[in-house]
Structures are given as structure tokens and as C-alpha cells.
Design a protein around this ligand. Structure first.
Ligand code: ZN
Length: 399
């Protein structure tokens, strides 16, 4: 911890001073107490670690802040300094007794109260939701920032994500999806913009990297995202995804194969518009190829040109598959609205844009050409090349 209470009730924050002489004198004169549990604390002024307060060994304090790493401590200090440099009053480790929570940082901007949770160690979704709700109960907006060391960048636009990362996914006013992170070692504020998620683990995004001190508060709270989703990066790897997915036997692919073989469909020959990148693909944990294939099977396969397709029916199909546990939703606690219907709507809109469907009006489409499957690999490859050429051209229009 970086703060402690004195006997007088005054709070000492190490964010205000790290002067060793001053702190040594203070340590001789004062007794320090934990703001959460009231137990006595030790002020540690060693050379190896960042100066901090810690509980006595046999402490019963349930404070989740005890196992703080230097990475976390220095992140808090740097974020504190940054908020101050933007001209705002900021409080380190503000304790809210009503909800028994202590925020890493708390500040006011405009008329609103905010708190920052700089999260470096994985926590469960339950803890994440509980803490978020606690702040909301007090009308405080929680701002979760992921510790940058948790980001596993694989290529310039590719990153590996776990369910822990997805807790941090947010939407700006324009409904662009992003993930905020900070690395105190490099002083970089790292924003993953416009995430596209073809599979459970992999995502494509733009890395917007700024030195923290150059980041403006308004752009942190409401980022202006100018990059388009990295669609081409996804498409470049589409064969590999499909092959990997179809070659693997897991619970989700077993259900998938059973369904498709019983309908006499070879999943390798599914049309190229099955498994396309979408802005809201993150709404589902199930790979895009699989959930889009279910839509194909129920609503498109074998039907002729002119058949009506209603958003509502397609959405109902997806909900039904979720109920049967053949499609899995993703939990996104930092995105306020339910984006699942928008993912389905986006899919139908994309199909219309690429002449697979024809749009009659909002939420009403008709099949534009009969949905025949390719008869052999050669035919399929031809279809795939033509479709994706058009898709890339249209992608810019759509954004
Ligand atoms: Zn305590």
C-alpha cells in the first residue's frame, strides 16, 4: 500500500513524497494504521522495493492490496502523477467504507467522480463485477486499466487474449471497441483498438501506443479511434483458422460436425461468407466460423433466391443455439449494452453489402442468389477468392 492513516486521522500518501529522511523521521514519530482494517502498518523503506506500507505478518486484514507487486505500485504512482499533471485533484487508495472497497486512484472530472483500478494480476469475473457494482452504487465511474505486461502481442496486429482480458473491453461513443492498458516499465499507455476476434484466443487490433504523459484526460475517457478494424489481417489467416478448427475435436466442434454431417453438408465447403470478420464478433466466444455456419444451415442452405430473411428469426436461432450450448456468448462486463443483437444485425448487413442477401428494409432481407454449395475444392477456392476480393473493397464503405 502507498497510504496509511495516522493517529490524528490524517492520511499519509507516499505519492506525495518519497523523501527518505522525511519518511524516516515520520516513522520514528508516528504509528501507521490501515485504512481498511485499522490494524497497525509498517512503513518499509528498503532499497530493493518501492517504499510502501505493509501489514504485520499475522494480520487478518482481508485487503486485496497486500500482494501488490512493484509493477502495480509504480503503475499507481505514475498514473497518480499523470492525473495530477492534467490539473485534477487525485486521491491515492481512496477507501469507501460503505462498500468496503479501496480504489487505486480517485478523481473528479466535470461533474463526475471516477476511480481507477489498475489491474495487474488476474482476478475472477465475479470479483471484477462485484467491485464494478460497488462503485456504481456510489455513482462512481470505475475505469479499469489492464497492466500492460499482461498483453501478449504476437504480431503487429495480433494479440492473444484470455477471458481475463475481455473483462476490460469497452465501447466509446461511436461504439468502437477498445481495451485500455498501461505499462509502468515503458511508461506507455497502450490501447487495443477495434478488436476483431475470430477464435477464443486470437484477436486482431490496432495498437495505439502513447507515452502516458502525452495522453489527454478527455481522450482517455472517450477515445477518438481513427483506425479501421484490421480486417485484412484476419482474412489473410482465414484458411489456417478454418483448417485448425475443423481438424480439432473439442466439445464445440463435435456438436458442429454432428449437425452438419446429419444435413449432408461438408463443412470444408461452406461458402466463403461463413466466418467473416465483424466488429461485434467479440459478443460470442464461439468462433465466428461456427456460429455463422449455424445461421447458414438454418436460414440459407438449400433455399432459392427471393426467400425472406428476417433479423428476428436469425437472432432467435442464435439464442436457441446458445440455450442448447452449441454457441457460447462472451461475458463483457465493461460493455454496457447487449451487443449480441448488433453482431447478428452486422452479419446480415455485411451479407447484403456483399450481394449474398438483398436488403428490403431494416431487419428484412431476401436471399439474392440460390445458396448452392461448391462441388469440389477447385470451385470452392474460386468462390472464395471472388467473395473476399469484393468483401475487402466493401469493408471500407461499411466502416
Ligand atoms: Zn488492513
Amino acid at each position: 500500500m502507498l497510504t496509511a492513516k495516522l493517529h490524528s486521522g490524517q492520511v499519509v500518501s507516499l505519492a506525495e513524497t518519497m523523501n527518505k529522511n522525511y519518511l524516516e523521521t515520520l516513522r520514528r514519530k508516528e504509528v501507521f494504521y490501515c485504512q481498511t482494517c485499522g490494524e497497525e502498518l509498517i512503513l518499509r523503506l528498503g532499497e530493493k522495493r518501492i517504499y510502501h506500507f505493509s501489514h504485520l505478518k499475522d494480520s487478518k486484514c482481508l485487503s486485496e492490496y497486500e500482494r501488490e507487486s512493484d509493477y502495480h505500485l509504480s503503475g499507481k504512482l505514475k498514473l497518480h502523477e499523470w492525473i495530477k499533471s492534467q490539473g485534477f485533484e487525485v486521491e491515492m487508495e481512496r477507501y469507501y467504507p460503505e462498500i468496503k472497497q479501496r480504489a487505486d486512484l480517485a478523481f473528479t472530472y466535470g461533474q463526475r467522480q471516477y476511480c481507477i483500478e489498475f489491474q495487474c494480476a488476474p482476478i475472477s469475473e465475479e470479483v471484477f463485477r462485484r467491485r464494478t457494482k460497488g462503485y456504481q452504487k456510489l455513482a462512481i465511474v470505475p475505469l479499469w486499466i489492464l497492466g500492460g505486461k499482461n498483453i501478449q502481442r504476437k504480431h503487429s496486429h495480433k494479440v492473444s487474449l484470455t477471458s481475463f482480458h475481455y473483462l476490460f473491453l469497452k465501447e466509446n461513443n461511436l461504439h468502437q471497441i477498445y481495451l485500455p492498458a498501461f505499462c509502468p516499465q515503458t511508461n506507455q499507455y497502450i490501447q487495443l483498438d477495434n478488436l476483431l476476434t475470430p477464435s477464443i484466443r486470437n484477436a486482431y487490433c490496432h495498437f495505439s501506443i502513447t507515452q502516458l504523459m502525452e495522453k489527454r484526460m478527455d481522450d482517455f475517457l472517450e477515445p477518438n479511434i481513427s483506425n479501421l478494424p484490421p480486417i485484412k489481417d484476419w482474412l489473410r489467416e482465414r484458411y489456417r483458422y478454418k483448417m485448425k478448427l475443423l481438424g480439432k475435436r473439442s466439445k464445440e466442434t463435435t456438436n458442429f460436425f454432428a449437425e452438419f454431417y446429419s444435413s449432408a453438408i461438408n463443412p470444408y465447403y461452406l461458402p466463403p461468407f461463413v466466418g467473416i470478420p465483424l466488429k461485434y464478433s467479440c459478443a460470442l466466444e464461439t468462433p465466428s466460423f461456427i456460429w455463422q455456419a449455424f445461421i447458414f444451415l438454418k436460414h440459407f442452405h438449400g433455399y432459392e433466391q427471393g426467400r425472406n430473411i428476417y433479423f428476428h428469426d436469425v437472432y432467435t436461432t442464435v439464442l436457441h443455439e446458445i440455450q442448447k450450448e452449441r454457441i457460447k456468448r462472451r461475458s463483457l462486463p465493461s460493455i454496457k449494452r447487449n451487443i449480441l443483437p448488433f453482431a447478428i444485425e452486422e452479419y446480415l448487413e455485411q451479407l447484403a453489402l456483399n450481394n449474398v442477401l438483398q436488403k428490403v428494409k431494416k431487419h428484412h432481407f431476401i436471399i439474392n442468389k440460390s445458396m448452392k454449395m461448391a462441388n469440389n475444392m477447385e470451385e470452392w477456392i474460386q468462390e472464395d477468392i471472388i467473395f473476399h476480393r469484393g468483401f475487402c473493397k466493401n469493408a471500407n464503405k461499411y466502416n
